[in-house]
Design a protein around this ligand. Structure first.
Ligand code: HEM
Length: 410
């Protein structure tokens, strides 16, 4: 007990909320220390106020499954370490508890049924081939822009049946929705600016929504939401929030996995050779990319009651942050967790998609897009050089890579 207290005191000043940690990619030692010495750690003071960090795999899982005690509600602060600004909360079913969450989630879930995913397979493959075949050879280009952003953007436009010529707006609104307004290179610089831009997004979507509400139902997210009892009368803030959730959910995560995957394979040439020689490993490769990168760094909950976790007493109202990035590197659960290994025995055992009632709706779609990308890269036997350092995003929520200079060596 005395030793545990000493270790806890030694960790007392650890604040893992600083976005710079992720921009500079310096987070590993701090989380390793927390997992070892104080796995459910209370940080008394941070720019986001006091908060608990949950850093081990099993403890994160426990919080995820206990939605009675750990709330996602926007009114209590939402799902990010930064509280939702009062009066400007962006509400969506991600930031709701049952029963509201249950009904709204059920509305969009059919977009990713196995049969709909099977229908999308050839379209995703065709677009992936077109993008890969248009890339220059022996010339440096930005993989994040030319491949990752373009492919995820086209997919998103398909899911919404969004006007093709305007589809760049989807990426822009996703960037706006998650921008850290304090970052020097942020696309918006204040909460007000963000809300104004998202208001324009809402206007655009409202026109599409009204047209589809008046037409026969089709298999796209807007039509599904416009025709469902649970969502057809969403009030404006919820409408904005739901659109933003679907755009960010489908965009940033998959796009960053596509960039991070290339980096991981080029940095681990033995693993690249292994999938080249054993193509049946591609599904495991996809899961490993998503685990290793962990595009969503954390989700936050707020304690509804006094509750105990791993021997620590969490008080009603406390902020509880589940650091997926740390749980996915927990050696007690995942052997050689800091290494990139494409033939793991249990590749889907990771927390990057969360767990429990809020587990990612789009997990299979994301895996499908990344799988097809790698199948087509391997079919072409493309060889890569990383031509410069990645430019990472200043955020403690999304682990993003804004640009990655790459050459395909013919
Ligand atoms: C590699 C890609 C992706 C990752 C890593 C990812 C990660 C996550 C995470 C961590 C959550 C929260 C889970 C929790 O709180 O337990 C989530 C929720 C969600 N994701 Fe994803 N996501 C990805 C792709 C997608 C795609 C492609 C879509 C949609 C097309 C999507 C839509 C959603 C939605 C709607 C939710 C809210 C679910 C709920 O609250 O019930 N995601 N995702």
């Amino acid at each position: 007990m005395a030793q545990a207290d000493t270790l806890r005191r030694a960790s007392a000043s650890i604040d893992v909320s600083d976005p710079k940690l992720y921009q500079d990619d310096n987070w590993r030692p701090l989380f390793a220390q927390l997992r070892r010495d104080d796995p459910v750690h209370y940080c008394e003071a941070s720019p986001f106020g006091p908060y608990w960090s949950v850093t081990r795999y099993d403890d994160i899982f426990q919080v995820e499954l206990d939605h009675d005690n750990y709330s996602s509600s926007a009114e209590l602060g939402g799902t990010q370490i930064a509280d939702q600004p009062k009066g400007q909360e962006i509400v969506s079913f991600l930031r709701m508890d049952p029963p509201g969450h249950t009904a709204q989630r059920r509305t969009v879930a059919p977009i990713v049924t196995p049969s709909n995913l099977a229908n999308l397979e050839s379209l995703i493959r065709k677009r992936t081939c077109d993008v890969l075949d248009a890339l220059p050879r022996n010339e440096t280009f930005d993989w994040a822009e030319r491949v990752s952003t373009d492919l995820t953007n086209m997919m998103l436009a398909t899911l919404f049946d969004f006007p093709w010529e305007d589809r760049a707006k989807l990426t822009w609104w996703s960037d706006v929705a998650i921008a850290n307004v304090d970052a020097p290179d942020a696309v918006v610089h204040s909460g007000e600016e963000r809300m104004a831009e998202l208001g324009r997004m809402a206007e655009y979507f409202r026109r599409l929504w009204d047209a589809r509400a008046g037409a026969a139902p089709t298999v796209d997210l807007i039509s599904m939401l416009a025709h469902s009892e649970a969502t057809r009368l969403l009030e404006p803030r919820e409408f904005i929030g739901t659109m933003a959730l679907l755009i960010v959910g489908g965009n940033d995560t998959t796009r960053n996995s596509m960039t991070a995957g290339l980096m991981a394979l080029v940095e681990n040439p033995d693993q690249f050779d292994l999938v080249r020689s054993r193509r049946e490993l591609v599904p495991s490769l996809v899961s490993e990319i998503i685990r290793y990168h962990t595009p969503v760094l954390h989700m936050r909950r707020t304690a509804r009651n006094d509750v105990e976790l791993a021997g620590r007493k969490i008080a009603k109202g406390d902020k509880v942050v589940m650091w997926y990035i740390s749980g996915n590197r927990d050696e007690d659960k995942i052997a050689r967790a800091d290494e990139f290994i494409v033939d793991r025995a249990k590749p889907r055992q990771h927390l990057a998609f969360g767990a429990g009632i809020h587990r990612c709706v789009g997990d299979r779609l994301a895996e499908q897009q990344i799988r097809i990308l790698w199948e087509e890269i391997l079919r072409r036997d493309l060889r890569f050089q990383i031509a410069g350092p990645p430019r990472r995003v200043y955020s403690n929520f999304i682990r993003g890579i804004r640009s990655l200079p790459v050459r395909i060596v013919a």
